[in-house]
Design a protein around this ligand. Structure first.
Ligand SMILES: [Fe+2]
Ligand SMILES: [Fe+2]
Length: 260
């Protein structure tokens, strides 16, 4: 079984780049499952229902979210009605949506996707460690393969979660920082791990936003309107292979430049 996981899609520019490159990615990697973190596709914050639908229509199996997912209230009905569109489970105690999806892969087997928010430097309702055991148990009752998107700022928290889940899930991948990490690895007990998938969007920027806007914010302290940049667009993510027992056999990073 092969998973293609795509890191934070930023703005229309990131979404178009991903949609355009999906046929190429599909042909090259032949994934059985596709997970996309879409928390920044709506002009940098949140996801519009139309964008979510576009990604699902393009064959993406599960959309994960992050700290920005509740920014677009228009998404709430879809979070409640579409089980393939997730928000971090610990983003709120109550509220629309869930952080666990189960979808079929290659015939009669299922894959589960768990979406969590970090507690360090983030507004999580509770620590991901407080809820992850129960979610993993639920996921494993229904699925052979289990993947966890830990949407978090602190690498330590992500690595700790990967270690904590090693041998119990197929893969743990981080999102949110928009900077791809070079620590893709198989952990000792068979879980694939990477601290951050990176960003699908404009890399000639400060994590997706036009650099001059962010610089002026740092230099003057005055809040400016965030505008998504448009240069050096890349699709970033990772491919994870798993055996029939649901443990990982390989992980590789993807960093695909998109020509103008
Ligand atoms: Fe993000
Ligand atoms: Fe985020």
């Amino acid at each position: 079984m092969r998973l293609l996981a795509i890191g934070d899609v930023v703005g229309g520019v990131g979404l178009s780049a991903l949609l355009e490159s999906l046929p190429r990615l599909r042909e090259h990697y032949a994934p059985d499952l596709m997970i996309v973190n879409a928390e920044n596709s709506a002009n940098g914050t949140g996801t519009s229902p139309r964008q979510a639908q576009e990604l699902l229509d393009a064959g993406v199996d599960v959309l994960t979210g992050g700290n920005h997912t509740f920014r677009k209230r228009e998404l709430f009905p879809l979070l409640n009605s579409e089980p393939r569109v997730l928000r971090p489970h610990n983003l709120a105690v109550k509220g629309p949506g869930t952080g666990l999806a189960v979808v079929p892969v290659d015939g009669d087997r299922n894959a589960a996707v768990i979406n969590l928010l970090g507690a360090i430097f983030m507004d999580a309702a509770m620590s991901p460690f407080a809820i992850v055991d129960e979610l993993v148990e639920k996921a494993r009752e229904r699925a052979t393969f289990v993947f966890v998107d830990i949407h978090a700022e602190a690498t330590s928290e992500k690595i700790a979660l990967g270690r904590y889940l090693d041998g119990r899930v197929t893969g743990v991948f981080g999102t949110h920082t928009h900077v791809q990490t070079a620590d893709d690895q198989l952990l000792a007990a068979g879980t694939a791990y990477i601290s951050d998938l990176g960003m699908t969007g404009p890399h000639d920027s400060v994590i997706g936003v036009a650099a001059d806007i962010i610089l002026s914010r740092f230099l003057t302290g005055a809040p400016g309107r965030f505008e998504v940049a448009d240069g050096d667009v890349r699709v970033q993510g990772a491919v994870i292979d798993a055996d029939d027992g649901g443990l990982a056999t390989a992980i590789q990073r993807i960093d695909l430049p998109i020509e103008d």
